[in-house]
Every structure is written in structure tokens, then in C-alpha cells.
Design a protein. Structure first.
Length: 365
């Protein structure tokens, strides 16, 4: 009755992300090892609604302690003869490891016989695990890793892969489009709904990256994904000019719209950019499912440019009526932009040109 797993070790979930019952628990894969995660429905709802270590059981049998020594690199002994191990966990997960009123931490310490030293709030550092036995040390470190891993999606995305489109001609056309829309005098539509011209881009996928180490790993994996796509002869290979023409909305009701976007296609009419991007994203998701997942369960990336979004509004987010915009400006031409590189961009941080901070840039040629 084990939950089915893909050949790469990733886990298949149901629509809710939870298992149907206690006989079919969700599996969490950490460093190639599978663990059962029982939901709160199986054991009674918990107030803090997070993975508790006592609800996690190893699927694999525990190996001998000499094998544990091989798993825990840089294992040390302190002055009291206790085994010590430093665990590199991003600080954003400390609150989950500690738990409400320290309950999660207390459970881990009680059930493993270990002592956890966690950096104070607002400080960076490593979690130090101390235990009299190596087996106890390994048990505690795995529980900590599972708590952190299982709570990743509770945190907001931090980065995204993007194709910048903030070229002067396209930015000017966006301003012209905004003027045309504002002239329609539609109730509930104001200038704050529009994307800033300097931030125009295509999003390929959002990521959750929580430390400098994870950021460097993401850079390395993205480069590898791009090289693999090129080896499959999916590389862009030559000048790639994108045409941004026409607008559509993300939902079926044009009177209640959250996102209005510009349609994108290559000037030469080919699908080479779509094939290339799909290959890069698919490979990255396979390599790092904890960092990136397919958006809305799509297998293919929807290449589009966000023009208006209700979340940009200065007041509370509220859907807007786009019927007149679609009727009168459905074929609006935003111009062309040559795309030569892919960015690993950081959300909430910006460069001198106003575009999202570029952590790393990768050539598509």
C-alpha cells in the first residue's frame, strides 16, 4: 500500500497534498531515504498544524552505528564525551523545529535522547545536536531534516527564473497601453494595477531558496539544466526575437479578472524557445523538487508577460472588470524584444535599472 514514487524518487500526491488515510501516508524523501508523514487527520488535529516528529517513521531499516558514522561527516566529541554534529539548516525553519511553545524541540529531544542547540532568533548559524550514542544522533538529525523539508512550502517563494523584457521600446508601449486603458474610465481600474515597465518579464518558474548554499546549488543546477537542453539540440542557438501582441486573462470570466497578460510568440513562428524552456524547467524540477514545482501542475511552461495584476493594487486585492479592455485592445502590439539570457532573479530586491536583482545570468545562445 506504499504511495507510488517516480523513478527519480519524487513523490506523487493527491489533489490536496495529503494521504487519504493512515494506510496510505504521504512519503517525504530526504537524501534518498523515504519517510512516512501522517497528517493531522490521522492523529487528531494539532494547533500548530505542522509536521511533528512523533508522526514520522523511517521506511528503511536502521543500519548499524558504524554506517551511521559514514553518514555523519565531521562528527565530533565534546568535553563531556557526547557525540556532536552540526546541521546546516536555513534559519527560516528554526521556528518549525522549535515548534509552538518549544513542543517540537522537546519531542525530538525526549524521543531521541539528544540535546539541540538552535541559534537565537534573528541569528544565523548551525544547529548543534549532542547525544551519547551515534544512532540517537542520526535519528535526531533526520527528524530535524524532515521537519524542515516538510515545511518548505509554508514559506513564500524567494527567487524565480525569468526572461527580462524591460527593453525601451516595449516599456514605452506598455505606457501607451496604460494610457489607452485609463482613458476608458473603468470603475475599479487605476494605474496601480499595471506592471512597472522596468519589471517586464516572463516567469519560467518560482523557487524556494533559503540560504547562500541553496542559492549556489540552484545556480549550478540551472547551468547544468541549460547545458543538458543544449546537448539535446534544444538550445535556442541563434537570435531569439519575441513578439508581444494581444492580451488575454487568466480566468474564464472577463468581468472578474486577477491577471491580464500579453501573448508571446517568436518572430520566426517556431517553438524552439518553448521546447528549450520546457526542457530546462522539467530537468530542474526533477533535480530539485524541493526548490521548484510545476506551476498549476502544468507540464509545459505558459510563456506570457503580466501586464495587469490585481495584487499590484495599492488597496486590498480586488478583481477588476476587463471586458472593455479585451473588446477594444485585444490585439494591442507591445513590440518586440530580443532574448539572449535567462536570469535567476531574487524577489523583493532590485538592481539599478529597477529590474529584479540578478543572482546569476545564463546565456541561451
Amino acid at each position: 500500500l506504499a504511495r507510488p514514487m517516480a523513478s527519480d524518487g519524487s513523490v506523487f500526491y493527491d489533489d490536496s497534498g495529503n494521504s487519504a488515510d493512515i494506510l496510505k501516508p504521504m512519503l517525504v524523501v530526504v537524501d534518498g531515504r523515504s519517510y512516512r508523514k501522517f497528517t493531522d487527520e490521522s492523529f487528531g488535529r494539532r494547533d500548530d498544524d505542522q509536521l511533528m516528529p512523533s508522526t514520522v517513521a523511517a521506511v528503511d531499516e536502521l543500519e548499524e552505528e558504524d554506517e551511521a558514522c559514514d553518514e555523519l561527516e565531521n562528527l565530533k566529541r565534546n568535553a563531556n564525551g557526547q557525540f556532536c554534529f552540526e546541521l546546516d539548516i536555513p534559519s527560516v525553519f528554526y521556528k518549525y523545529i522549535i515548534g509552538r511553545e518549544g513542543k517540537t524541540r522537546a519531542i525530538i529531544e525526549k524521543e531521541t535522547g539528544c540535546r539541540l542547540k538552535i541559534p537565537a532568533k534573528g541569528k544565523e548559524g548551525k544547529i548543534v545536536v549532542e547525544a551519547p550514542r551515534i544512532g540517537s544522533l542520526r535519528n535526531a538529525t533526520r527528524r530535524i531534516e524532515i521537519v524542515a523539508w516538510s515545511n518548505r512550502e509554508r514559506e513564500h517563494p524567494t527567487h524565480f527564473a525569468s526572461l527580462p523584457l524591460n527593453v525601451q521600446s516595449v516599456m514605452e508601449r506598455l505606457n501607451a497601453f496604460k494610457d489607452r486603458v485609463m482613458a476608458l474610465k473603468i470603475d475599479g481600474v487605476d494605474e496601480t494595477l499595471f506592471q512597472l515597465p522596468c519589471k517586464l518579464h516572463i516567469t519560467l518558474g518560482v523557487m524556494r531558496i533559503f540560504s547562500d548554499t541553496e542559492e549556489k546549488n540552484a545556480e549550478s543546477m540551472l547551468q547544468e539544466c541549460i547545458e543538458k537542453a543544449k546537448q539535446r539540440q534544444l538550445g535556442v542557438g541563434r537570435s531569439t526575437v519575441l513578439c508581444i501582441r494581444g492580451i488575454e486573462c487568466m480566468n474564464d470570466d472577463p468581468s472578474q479578472v486577477d491577471v491580464l497578460y500579453g501573448r508571446v510568440h517568436l518572430l520566426d513562428g517556431s517553438e524552439r524557445l518553448q521546447r528549450f524552456i520546457d526542457s530546462v524547467v522539467e530537468t530542474f524540477v526533477e533535480m530539485a523538487p524541493h526548490m521548484m514545482k510545476h506551476e498549476f501542475q502544468r507540464e509545459s511552461v505558459k510563456l506570457h508577460v503580466t501586464i495587469m495584476n490585481s495584487k499590484f493594487a495599492s488597496s486590498q486585492r480586488k478583481r477588476f472588470d476587463a471586458r472593455r479592455i479585451l473588446q477594444e485592445l485585444s490585439g494591442f502590439d507591445f513590440g518586440q524584444a530580443e532574448v539572449t539570457s535567462l536570469h535567476l532573479s531574487k524577489r523583493g530586491e532590485y538592481g539599478r535599472d529597477g529590474y529584479y536583482k540578478c543572482v546569476s545570468e545564463f546565456s541561451l545562445l
